[in-house]
Ligand binder design. Structure first.
Ligand code: AMP
Length: 344
């Protein structure tokens, strides 16, 4: 049977088709620059046409959805009620959920009779204990506004945990690992007995590690300072924190390959700050897990840059620690979820 997976971004639509149960990749294509000036593709509906998929051959469709909030904590078969909930969650994920919904809507129009499943980036972190997901803010802000750590990249961390268990020749429920998804977006996850117990991204995907263009952890008071002292609007601050910071903010470049080619002070500093932040999370998660089977590197940086992996592991406390390098595959994990949920 064939499972198609859609990953819809604000201006992109990526599709992979897998043959199950063999999990063979049959098709992979991404349409970019949707709706941008000069692009021949004006909408997600047109992008879906441009992918040229024969839906009569597809048995199930899986969709990546970034935010499932507290209501959607595991993969679900999509119906009108689910769509309504994903819409309600736009307030928590204004940059992502609308695009994910577009992907769902065009696929449902095109293939109304094929079962469609939503798989959430937040779902793997539904096992976080309260002391990990609550911020030390007034408790009413959690109750009334849902302000808490949700964590993201969950589909990737879940996939990495399963693959790590295979490499460690153990059951998933037996492994304690730290997974590092290091790409343009980056996050760390502490996985105890196969379940997420802490993760670096928080209420939004802005918190945690230093990323390509995102700050990761900063003192929240900096935001107020920017608004008060420099008269920045919330929109401008959002842009600074999400698009002008991270590696780009420090050295003017967010592509690590380019940064590694440079020899100037700022390039070196950007890497040192990024590596130090990763090490701080590893240290914290080692304490939480007490016993760590392996540190797993993934994402464009984690999979490809031995230099960064070596820099992260260059610490006396990490001597002898097993490291695994695993290529993540979020689309395959979404297809796995479809297959499991639909009992196919
Ligand atoms: P991703 O978002 O997972 O596609 O990762 C993108 C990041 O991975 C960018 O910073 C790339 O520069 C980095 N990257 C990809 N390939 C390599 C490589 N061979 N060496 C170092 N960094 C790489």
């Amino acid at each position: 049977m064939k499972i198609a997976v859609f990953n819809a971004g604000s201006s992109s639509l990526k599709c992979k088709i897998f043959e199950f149960p063999a999990k063979t990749l049959l098709f992979c294509k991404e349409i970019e620059k949707i709706g941008e000036s000069g692009s021949a593709i004006a909408s997600h509906a047109e992008a879906l046409e441009a992918l040229g998929i024969d839906f009569s051959e597809i048995d199930a469709i899986g969709h990546r959805v970034v935010h499932g909030g507290e209501k959607l904590q595991e993969s679900v078969l999509i119906d009108n009620e689910v769509i309504k909930t994903i819409k309600e969650l736009i307030v928590l994920a204004p940059l992502h959920n609308p695009a994910n919904l577009q992907g769902i809507e065009v696929a449902r129009q095109k293939a109304p009779n094929i079962p469609q499943v939503a798989v959430f980036d937040t779902a793997f972190h539904a096992t976080l204990p309260k002391e990990a997901y609550l911020y030390a803010l007034p408790y009413e802000l959690y109750e009334a506004e849902g302000i808490r750590r949700y964590g993201f990249h969950g589909t990737s961390h879940a996939y990495l945990a399963k693959e790590a268990a295979k490499e460690l020749k153990k059951e998933l429920r037996e492994i304690n690992i730290i997974t590092l998804h290091l790409g343009n977006g980056a996050s760390a996850c502490a996985i105890k007995k196969g379940r997420s117990i802490d993760t670096s991204m928080g209420f939004t995907p802005l918190e945690g590690l230093v990323m390509g263009t995102r700050t990761g952890d900063i003192d929240a008071e900096i935001v107020l300072y920017l608004e008060r002292k420099l008269a920045k609007t919330p929109k401008e601050v959002e842009h600074i924190l999400n698009k002008e910071s991270g590696l780009l903010g420090i050295c003017g470049e967010n592509d690590l390959r380019e940064i590694l080619l440079r020899e100037d002070e700022r390039a070196k500093l950007a890497i040192d700050i990024m590596v130090r932040r990763i090490q701080k999370y590893i240290g914290a998660y080692m304490l939480l897990l007490e016993d760590v089977d392996a540190i797993v590197f993934s994402g464009g940086i984690g999979e490809n840059s031995k230099e960064i992996r070596d820099a992260v592991m260059d610490n006396a406390l990490l001597k002898g620690m097993k490291t695994l390098v695993i290529a993540t595959d979020e689309e395959l994990e979404i297809a796995n979820e479809c297959y499991r949920l639909l009992g196919l």
